[in-house]
Design a protein around this ligand. Structure first.
Ligand SMILES: NC(=O)c1ccc[n+]([C@@H]2O[C@H](COP(=O)([O-])OP(=O)(O)OC[C@H]3O[C@@H](n4cnc5c(N)ncnc54)[C@H](OP(=O)(O)O)[C@@H]3O)[C@@H](O)[C@H]2O)c1
Length: 278
């Protein structure tokens, strides 16, 4: 006795055929003349955020960015970058309602396809050493947790309608330090990233019924301003790929998670670390 499958078009491949090739091309709205996709990216001015903004803008996305510094048109060549930049300190939770209002103003009712919570801080001692739970001030704990954990919660809450309208995708940037003691990352940073990884799981569960996917990426040692000067000497020998990563290698994974190529991926935390966690 065989299976009685309906011989009609009710059973379909959930992924449209156009998305089976290179996700970068499939998502290039400009190339396909489709609606332009929009992302909100925190911390787009430097490092991983900067590489992410460049990659998405090359693929035709519109980038709305948030950071403390004003927009630098020379370093950030993406279109309408100045108008779409919200200058704000996300570690001050009282500023979050203003950030959300500013983003909504720029969206003007348009859907939001991606929210990438990338801005983060990893404070060190004046000598550049890791800050321990014995020595970190209450003020530093609060600043780190507000930026690294609370801002992603409030941004997603505040922009929920816009994300739902796009069946959008959230990517939280965690860290290898969230799952193991790290020689340079301090306790406040590590625990904020561990909490962000747990939050990703909780949000993925809660947002799934609304068609919103929530994932995280956990970078290892990536060459940005955040990297401690001794990283190459002390850590590279124990990284299986024997090098630190580059911001664009992280950006490509964020892009994958925000693309239709990842349409069945939610609640994942993708390590990007050259095998450092193995
Ligand atoms: N680099 C690594 O090896 C590594 C490893 C694991 C995880 N990560 C994570 O990856 C993310 C990006 O790191 P990165 O290395 O690219 O850092 P980065 O080069 O130091 O850049 C940080 C970005 O966040 C913005 N930012 C910092 N504080 C902010 C605040 N209070 N409000 C708004 N924006 C703020 C900065 O812009 P302004 O200064 O203009 O505010 C900047 O654009 C972080 O979440 C970090 O924890 C990095």
């Amino acid at each position: 006795m065989g299976l009685d499958l309906p011989n009609d078009d009710r059973i379909k491949d959930p992924v449209p055929e156009t998305n089976l090739g290179c996700p970068f091309q499939a998502d290039n709205a400009r190339v396909h003349g489709e609606e332009q996709k929009v992302m909100l990216l925190t911390g787009a001015s430097r490092g991983i955020g900067h590489a992410t903004a460049k990659l998405f803008s090359e693929a035709g996305w519109r980038i709305i960015s948030c950071a403390r510094q004003p927009f630098d048109g020379e370093r950030c060549p993406w279109e309408a970058g100045k108008e779409d930049h919200v200058q704000i300190d996300l570690s001050n939770h009282r500023m979050l309602p203003r950030a959300i209002t500013e983003v909504k103003k720029r969206l003007a009712g348009a859907p939001l396809h991606a929210l990438v919570n990338n801005a983060g801080i990893s404070p060190k001692t004046p000598a550049g050493e890791r800050m321990t739970s014995l020595t970190t001030s209450t003020e530093t704990w609060m600043r780190v947790f507000h930026l690294n954990l609370v801002a992603p919660i409030l941004l997603a809450q505040g922009l929920f309608d816009e994300l739902r309208a796009a069946s959008g995708s959230i990517v939280n940037v965690t860290s290898i330090a969230g799952s193991r003691v790290h020689p340079f990352a301090g306790s406040a940073y590590a625990t904020s990233k561990a909490a962000l990884a747990s939050l990703t799981r909780e949000m993925a569960h809660e947002y799934a019924r609304h068609g919103i996917r929530v994932n995280a990426i956990a970078p290892g040692e990536i060459r940005t301003d955040m990297l401690s000067p001794d990283t190459e000497a002390r850590l590279v020998p124990s990284i299986p790929l024997r090098r630190v990563g580059t911001p664009d290698e992280v950006a490509k994974v964020i892009f994958f998670l925000c693309s239709d190529a990842a349409s069945y991926v939610t609640g994942a935390e993708v390590p990007i670390n050259g095998g450092q966690h193995l």
